[in-house]
Design a protein around this ligand. Structure first.
Ligand code: ADP
Ligand code: ASP
Ligand code: MG
Length: 444
C-alpha cells in the first residue's frame, strides 16, 4: 500500500485534477490518496471564521456562496456526463447546506476546526465522483472516522491504525481510497486540525498506521530545494535527504513540508518521496534513513521568531540559574529554539508568544529582560555540516548583516543564525552565493 498526498495547487484547477487522475492510474499498486483543499480555499474558510466571530451574516452568506460557485464550476468543467454532473451538484448542495449550519453556530474552537477543514471535504467529494464518472473505482473515506490522533504533537498511530483496519475489514474493498488531509479528532473526539499545511502530516500518520511501503507527497515543485525558491534564484532540488535533515529543514521553515511530516515514519523507516505533479518524471527528493552524502545540503528560514535577552549579575558563578529560567518557559508550555549564553546573560528564542507577557513578568522579578520581535532563524542543514570544508565561509556574513545570535555545534547537522526578518532575504542570497557556488567536500 502506498500513500499519495496532493497539495493545494495540485488539486487547484480542473486541468490539475486531470493530471492527478493520470498519476493515480499510472501505477497499479493499492493506494490511499490524501487531498488538500483547492488552493486559496482554506484561506477563504479562515476568513469565513472571522465573519462568524463578528456575527456578520451577510459576509457569511457571501463567502459560502463564493465557495459554492467555485466548486460548482469545477464539477461543470470536470465531469462530462450531465447525469453524473447533476448527481454531484445535488451532493454539493447538501454539503453547502451543512456548511451554512456550522457557520450559523456561535464561534468556538470546534466550529473553527469544522470550518477551516471543510475545503478538503468539498474537494475529495468532487474528485472521488470525477474518478467514478470515468469508471475508476475508488472509495471515499471520511478522515474524521479514523484520524483520532489524540494530540497533533504526539499522534496515536495505534488508534488510527485500529480504526483504518476496521474500516477496511467492514467496508467496500478498493485499490484506491480517497480521503481528506488536515482534519483530525482530538483527545475528546472533537473535530480538530493538524495546523496549516497539515495534509503532509496526515499522509505520514496514515502511512505509519497502515505500514505503507512508501509515501509520496505531490506538490508544485520538483522536490526539496537547497534554498527557498521564493526568495533565491537558481536553487537546486536535492536528490536524497535523511529523516533528520528533512525534519530540521521542515521545522525551520522549508514550506514544502509541514514541520512534523517525517516524525511518524522515522521508526518504521518508510521512505517519503517529494514529487512534482507538473513534472512527474522528475526524480524529486527521497527522504529515508540512508546517508548518501555528508556535508551541507540546504538552507531554510523560519520567521516569527522572538529573541529574549535575560541579564543578571546574580548569574555570575551561580549554579541552578539556567534551570530556574527554563522552568518558567516550561511552565508556560513554551519551547525554546536557540540559546546562547555569556557569564551574566542568556539569549534565547521562541516562536510561540501567547504567554510572553507572563513569562517576562516572572523573570523580571530577578533579572533584566529585553524582548526583540520580528526575527528569523536561518538554518544551514546537512549531516555533519559543521565539518563541511566550506562552512567557515558563512561567517563572512558578519561583514554585511548584523547577526543577533549564532548556534554552532549544538548538533553536527545544523548551524543556525538569528537575524532581523528584514535581513532574511539578503542573508539567504548571500549564503547561497557563498556556500553553494563551490564544491562541497567533507573533511571528517
Ligand atoms: P502544497 O500546497 O502542495 O502543500 P506548499 O505550497 O505547501 O505546497 O509547498 C510547496 C512550496 O514550498 C513550493 O512551491 C515552494 O515555493 C515552497 N518552498 C519553500 N522552501 C522550499 C524548499 N526548500 N524546497 C522546495 N520548495 C520550497
Ligand atoms: N488545506 C490546508 C491548508 O491550506 C492543509 C494543507 O493544504 O495541507 O493549510
Ligand atoms: Mg503544503
Amino acid at each position: 500500500m502506498k500513500i499519495l498526498k496532493f497539495g493545494g495547487t495540485s488539486v487547484g484547477s480542473v486541468e490539475n485534477l486531470r493530471r492527478v487522475k493520470d498519476i493515480l492510474i499510472s501505477d497499479q499498486e493499492n493506494k490511499i490518496v490524501v487531498c488538500s483543499a483547492m488552493s486559496g480555499v482554506t484561506d477563504q474558510l479562515v476568513s469565513l471564521v472571522e465573519n462568524i466571530k463578528l456575527e456578520d451574516a451577510e459576509a457569511i452568506t457571501r463567502n459560502i456562496h463564493r465557495l459554492e460557485s467555485k466548486h460548482t464550476d469545477v464539477i461543470d468543467e470536470l465531469v462530462e456526463s450531465t447525469e453524473i454532473k447533476n448527481v454531484l451538484k445535488d451532493g454539493l448542495t447538501l454539503l453547502i447546506t451543512e456548511l451554512f449550519e456550522i457557520a450559523n453556530q456561535e464561534y468556538s474552537e470546534i466550529v473553527n476546526s469544522q470550518i477551516i477543514t471543510y475545503g478538503e471535504t468539498l474537494l475529495t467529494y468532487i474528485f472521488s465522483g470525477f474518478l467514478k464518472s470515468l469508471q475508476i473505482e475508488n472509495v471515499l473515506l471520511d478522515a474524521k472516522d479514523f484520524m483520532h490522533v489524540g494530540t497533533a504533537e504526539n499522534p496515536d498511530i495505534l488508534e488510527v491504525s485500529r480504526r483504518i483496519n476496521k474500516m477496511f475489514e467492514e467496508g467496500v474493498q478498493s485499490s484506491i481510497y480517497i480521503t481528506q488531509g488536515f482534519v483530525c479528532r482530538n483527545l475528546e473526539g472533537d473535530i480538530s486540525h493538524l495546523k496549516r499545511g497539515g495534509s503532509d502530516y496526515t499522509a505520514t500518520i496514515i502511512g505509519a498506521a497502515v505500514n505503507a511501503s512508501e509515501i509520496q507527497i505531490w506538490t508544485d515543485i520538483d522536490g526539496l530545494h537547497n534554498n527557498d525558491p521564493r526568495y533565491v534564484e537558481e536553487t537546486q532540488p536535492i536528490a536524497h535527504l535523511t529523516y533528520n535533515e528533512a525534519a530540521e529543514l521542515a521545522y525551520f521553515g522549508a514550506k514544502i513540508l509541514h514541520p512534523q511530516t517525517v516524525s511518524p515514519v522515522v521508526d518504521k523507516e518508510i521512505p517519503v518521496l517529494l514529487k512534482n505533479t507538473f513534472d512527474p518524471e522528475a526524480s524529486g527528493t527521497i527522504i529515508s534513513n540512508k546517508t548518501y552524502r555528508k556535508g551541507l545540503k540546504a538552507i531554510s528560514a523560519k520567521d516569527g521568531i522572538t529573541a529574549i535577552k535575560i541579564k543578571s549579575n546574580r548569574m555570575l558563578m551561580a549554579h541552578g540559574y539556567l534551570r530556574r529560567i527554563f522552568e518558567v518557559f516550561d511552565n508556560y508550555h513554551t519551547s525554546i529554539d536557540m540559546i546562547t549564553t555569556s557569564e551574566i546573560a542568556i539569549s534565547l528564542t521562541i516562536d510561540n508568544i501567547s504567554n510572553l507577557d507572563e513569562i517576562v513578568r516572572e523573570i523580571e522579578t530577578y533579572a533584566e529582560v529585553t524582548v526583540e520581535q520580528n526575527h528569523s532563524i536561518i538554518c544551514i542543514v546537512g549531516e555533519s555540516v559543521i565539518n563541511d570544508r566550506n562552512s567557515y565561509k558563512l561567517f563572512e556574513i558578519l561583514n554585511y548583516i548584523p547577526v543577533r545570535m549564532v548556534s554552532y555545534g549544538g548538533s553536527n547537522n545544523n548551524i543556525s543564525l538569528l537575524v532581523d526578518t528584514k535581513d532574511k532575504i539578503p542573508t539567504l542570497r548571500f549564503l547561497n552565493e557563498k556556500l553553494f557556488h563551490v564544491p562541497h567536500e567533507i573533511v571528517v
